[in-house]
Design a protein around this ligand. Structure first.
Ligand code: NAI
Length: 336
């Protein structure tokens, strides 16, 4: 993807050469971590990023010095623990992978106690220093951290729901790869929309929406859905206490950031699933939901409905909504 994407980004940068596109400062908060380091490496390769600010409570200046030697034009700066405000000055996009990852046997919700306050405090700093930045939340549990960030922005009086995104791209990447693996096809032809949220039963892959997924039935369908919903557990188990997905997540984070930057620079038709403030299930008291979202110069441009569902997908959605509602309410209550 990156060879192709880098070329495409370069072409886009030429095509949409507004001054905004030429001056895109991106910050990574948690840049010293398992996700943060490879994510910073991938963002350094993106020609739409002109300046990269790397912040962490540990190790960011070292990561920045290392990444800065890569031969692309963007400037890279590292900021230690006491320089968060400096790291956020003038940034257009802030990606947040700060926090603790899962260990075997943990759910994403088990991370809430530690990560909720980390994300809240980082969001407060962004709201104060760069209130117009777009925030891309990787830290789990995403179903709760996105509401936390939103509440912080509301309290600060600078809330714009078009600029706050939960990153669910890894679920989309996994769905594509796993489906292609069992159908013997290329992942690029298996673009499965994944809707709902980002944990277990809240992850709802719409296999009926892709030609190669439509025909799957019975056990093979159920196994695939389970693997997409719980794919993260495979990595947690294999790493045996050393953390969760970092490399595939960095790839997914860089892929979503590239999509957003293309939308911000004026490219039309950039559509990808992401967890945002959404009207789709608001009547059921669910304020945030991931569905295919069109990204544009203001961030969220258009939220697409989920579209027609198979009987199995109806059931998956039914199971998703109550869990998602609880996760969202937990996040909101934390800030209130
Ligand atoms: P890690 O422990 O390797 O790295 C986290 C980094 O955050 C560390 O360098 C740490 O120093 C830093 N950090 C902690 N508190 C901070 C603060 N207040 N300000 C700035 N930096 C701070 O963890 P890893 O594997 O990189 O995971 C990070 C988060 O991403 C976890 O919450 C994990 O659950 C989540 N994740 C999300 C995925 C998704 O699909 N959205 C997929 C995989 C992981």
């Amino acid at each position: 993807m990156f060879a192709r994407s880098a070329t495409r980004s370069l072409n886009n940068a030429r095509q949409f050469s507004s001054s905004a596109a030429r001056q895109t400062k991106v910050a990574v908060l948690g840049a010293g971590g398992g996700i943060g380091q490879p994510l910073s490496l991938l963002l350094k390769q993106n020609r739409l990023v002109t300046s990269l600010n790397l912040y962490d409570i540990r190790g960011a200046p070292g990561v920045a010095a290392d990444v800065s030697h890569i031969d692309t034009p963007s400037e890279v700066n590292g900021y230690p623990a006491d320089q968060l405000d400096q790291a956020l000055e003038g940034v257009k996009v802030v990606v947040i992978p700060a926090g603790v990852p899962r260990k075997p046997g943990m759910t994403r919700d088990d991370l809430f106690n530690t990560n909720a306050s980390i994300v809240r405090d980082l969001a407060s700093a962004v709201a104060r220093v760069s209130p117009e930045a777009h925030l891309l939340i990787i830290s789990n549990p995403v179903n709760s951290t996105v509401p936390i960030v939103s509440e912080v922005f509301k309290k600060a009086g600078v809330y714009d729901p078009r600029r706050i995104f939960g990153i669910t791209t890894l679920d989309v990447v996994r769905a594509s790869r796993f489906l292609s693996g069992i159908t013997g096809t290329d992942p690029k032809d298996c673009n499965v929309p994944v809707v709902g949220g980002h944990s277990g039963a809240t992850i709802v892959p719409l296999l009926s929406h892709v030609a190669h997924g439509k025909g799957l039935k019975g056990e093979s369908y159920e196994k695939l859905v389970h693997r997409i919903q719980f794919g993260g557990d495979e990595v947690v188990k294999a790493k045996d206490g050393a953390g969760s997905a970092t490399l595939s997540m960095a790839y997914a984070g860089a892929k979503f950031t590239d999509a957003l930057l293309r939308g911000l620079s004026g490219e039309k038709g950039v559509i990808t699933p992401t967890f945002v403030k959404s009207p789709l299930y608001a009547d059921k008291g669910i304020e945030y939901f991931s569905s295919l979202v069109e990204l544009g110069v203001n961030g969220v441009e258009k939220i697409n409905p989920v579209g027609p569902l198979s009987a199995e997908e109806e059931k998956l959605l039914e199971a998703c909504l109550p869990d998602l509602k609880k996760n969202i309410e937990k996040g909101k209550a934390f800030v209130a």
